[in-house]
Design a protein around this ligand. Structure first.
Ligand code: V0V
Length: 144
């Protein structure tokens, strides 16, 4: 099942400009920057409070014009693109959600930020919200 909010993903045109904005205006701290070619993004994890496990904003900038983020920016402009939940077992939670009629975007999990394993529920099945499932890399970020 779902454990907590892992991050809220925000589509931005320019990653460095967005990082500076979130630091200066909201006082968030950039804890990780990564390029994920499979997902077509350059992304930054912004810790909301002192502990990133308390929840992050993930800034997402497109790497290519065909990427999901480029398409989103074109259609909707910058803004919230996804809500991501931490799960213990992405395969098991994906299967559970499939059994409840949700379309998962991938047959099996792909690689996300920091070596996590990720899958997504199609936004048309989840009330217009792109839902991401995140299984943190071992050792789990959250061992409670
Ligand atoms: C599209 N739609 C959305 C949406 N994207 N609604 C809410 N939130 C979004 N983000 C709506 C769109 O307005 C259309 O509605 C309809 O869905 C189109 O569906 P489609 O033609 O099936 O799909 P596309 O081509 O618009 O693509 C949407 C999906 C795509 C979600 C399938 O963005 C995707 O594959 N996303 C998963 C990968 C991803 O987002 N990667 C970037 C983050 P109408 O007009 O029909 O009503 S990478 C990441 O999060 C990482 C690395 C990490 O967390 O670690």
């Amino acid at each position: 099942g779902l454990r907590r909010i892992d991050h809220v993903g925000v589509a931005v045109a320019d990653l460095d400009v967005a990082i500076e904005f979130y630091e200066r205006v909201f006082g968030m701290r950039c804890v990780h920057v990564e390029e994920n070619t499979e997902q077509g993004v350059r992304e930054a994890m912004m810790s909301v409070g002192p502990d990133p496990a308390g929840g992050c904003v993930q800034l997402l900038a497109p790497l290519t014009p065909e990427s999901a983020i480029a398409k989103f920016l074109e259609r909707s402009g910058p803004g919230v693109q996804q809500v991501a939940y931490t799960v213990d077992d992405v395969a098991a939670t994906s299967e559970e959600l499939r059994s409840r009629g949700m379309r998962l975007l991938y047959p099996s999990a792909r690689t996300g930020t920091g070596g996590s394993r990720i899958n997504f529920v199609h936004p048309k099945d989840a009330g217009g919200v792109l839902v991401e499932l995140v299984e943190p890399p071992a050792p789990a970020r959250d061992e409670r």
